[in-house]
Design a binder for this molecule. Structure first.
Ligand SMILES: [Zn+2]
Length: 330
């Protein structure tokens, strides 16, 4: 049955499609339940009749017209609801438990069952978006490119997925400055600005690229995306509605870019760089030199800087050098 909620003078009336009055009562005596996510609103009339509707916005508009929206909040606070508080506490606790224990496991399952086409599509669209909005053609000369490519092929060649799994692209970074990053399908992007920052230390650049290969081999970005999706689902579960921030991360093409890796992921990628460089017969401390350079040369705190995605450099440098010492002993 299609009903409509209308006001008539100081009365609120529910009519059916023929216009016949089903229920009604004085507006000041009608009780309207508060908005909780997508749960239907209950409108209780004084005579005991009850009207339920999913059209939350219409009810809010109606209340706003009547100047009861703000009053409603006070009204809600005034009435003490021990059961509601217990319910909210239980929901928050459950959300916390899911976040802590179930989410990491679900992320692992999702990563394991993701067909290879998914990271390929995500990577291609992200790269395309970046090329359109941020990056420009590289101005690096062929000789320098060749040298970096040689080193890159050496480390890609000793990686688990092999040389053919990775491609290196040179670009001018523009707003993202000195940077290097890997898309989940093995597409690596290196900016001219980072090459310039490295001076003539090509081995250091290769160390950074080995770190990026580490992110790909550990599937860090896919994990981050599923984590974000899982968190958004949790928000939806608890709040009944998806937060607009979470939606942006998931829907917009820049999603991959907005993600930064966890400290644990960074440490894993650092370790990967050390191992790949050693295997390829290159200097495993190259990545540590890069962090040293970042500390001394680059004092850029902008959001898109490589520092924002690669934090805590003195600690990381020490961890890398400790690891090398340990590997050399063994
Ligand atoms: Zn990294």
């Amino acid at each position: 049955m299609l009903c409509s909620l209308v006001e008539a003078g100081d009365r609120l009336i529910v009519r059916d499609e023929t216009g016949a009055e089903l229920a009604g009562g004085s507006f000041s005596l009608v009780e309207i339940s508060s908005r909780v996510g997508r749960i239907p609103r209950r409108i209780s009339f004084q005579d005991g009749s009850l009207f339920e509707t999913n059209d939350n916005d219409a009810v809010d508009r109606f209340l706003a017209q009547k100047g009861r929206a703000a009053a409603g909040i006070v009204h809600r606070l005034e009435r003490f609801h021990p059961r509601l508080i217990a319910f909210v506490a239980a929901t928050i606790l459950l959300g916390g438990l899911i976040y802590r224990y179930a989410l990491p496991a679900l992320v692992e399952v999702a990563v394991a069952v993701t067909p290879p086409i998914v990271p390929r599509i995500m990577s291609a669209s992200t790269f395309e978006t970046m090329d359109r909005t941020l990056l420009d053609e590289s101005k690096l000369d062929e000789v320098r490119r060749g040298k970096i490519l040689d080193g890159f092929r050496r480390i890609a060649g000793v990686s688990a997925a092999g040389e053919r799994a990775y491609t290196l692209n040179f670009r001018e970074g523009g707003p993202i400055g000195p940077n290097a990053f890997a898309l989940p399908d093995g597409t690596l992007i290196l900016t001219d600005e980072l090459v310039k920052l490295a001076g003539d230390d090509d081995e250091m650049i290769v160390g950074v690229l080995a770190h990026e290969i580490g992110h790909v081999e550990h599937q860090h970005s896919l994990r981050q995306i599923y984590r974000a999706a899982g968190v958004a689902a949790l928000i939806m579960l608890v709040a009944g509605d998806i937060g607009s921030g979470a939606e942006d991360v998931l829907v917009e093409g820049g999603g991959l870019l907005a993600l930064s890796y966890s400290r644990a992921a960074e440490a894993e990628a650092d370790r990967h760089s050390v191992e790949l460089m050693m295997k390829a017969g290159l200097d495993p401390a190259a990545i540590a030199r890069f962090f040293e350079l970042l500390e001394t040369k680059l004092d850029d705190h902008s959001e898109t800087s490589i520092l924002s995605t690669h934090p805590g450099t003195p600690e990381r440098r020490k961890a890398i050098l400790d690891l090398i010492a340990e590997l050399r002993k063994g």
